[in-house]
Write a protein that binds this ligand. Structure first.
Ligand code: HEM
Length: 151
């Protein structure tokens, strides 16, 4: 679940690495020691060669195992970084997201506020919404009772 929004709106839009000890070759380029690489998760996540139709919310991109599995590069989206300096809190963050979302979705249908406008992302070191996100929380039990009453 988090893959969906971590691709489109990565909380950490970029991080960096310095090649301290060795020069390295990336593609056809040789980079000397002490080169600073900035890794822009936000840009990579929208790269069409990794994610066809990148602006579109397509949950099925992330399905595994099916015949129609869409192949994507394993480093196409790395919202928690990678390697020995990757995010230490990843499992905690994922667990909190799963718990919160599953509990909220169990009780409410969530809809964008019909009067709401498009919310753009901005960076303040972390990626944040530029304006408030207004949502409607529709109580599932009340909706069911309404349906029963009108049936
Ligand atoms: C959605 C939530 C989160 C995202 C997207 C995220 C993402 C990241 C990223 C991209 C890095 C840099 C990794 C790298 O350089 O390869 C990082 C580092 C780190 N994160 Fe998170 N993080 C999240 C939540 C958390 C939480 C909840 C904690 C603590 C409980 C945490 C603790 C850390 C620590 C300690 C580091 C530094 C690791 C190091 O430099 O060795 N993060 N995180």
């Amino acid at each position: 679940m988090h893959s969906l929004f971590s691709r489109l709106y990565p909380v950490v839009p970029g991080n960096a690495r310095i090649t301290a000890e060795n020069e390295i070759v990336v593609g056809d380029y040789l980079f000397p020691k002490k080169t600073l690489f900035h890794l822009c998760h936000y840009a990579v996540s929208y790269e069409e060669s990794n994610f066809p139709d990148p602006q579109t919310f397509l949950p099925q991109r992330w399905l595994r195992g099916g015949d129609d599995k869409i192949k994507q590069h394993p480093f196409g989206s790395v919202p928690f970084g990678f390697g020995i300096r990757a995010c230490l809190g990843r499992r905690v963050a994922e667990l909190e997201m799963y718990l919160l979302l599953s509990r909220v979705i169990k009780h409410y249908k969530i809809r964008p506020d019909p009067a709401g406008k498009t919310v753009k992302p901005i960076t303040r070191t972390l990626l944040c919404p530029a304006t408030p996100i207004n949502l409607q929380f529709l109580d599932r039990r009340a909706l069911q009772e309404e349906e029963r009453a009108t049936a």
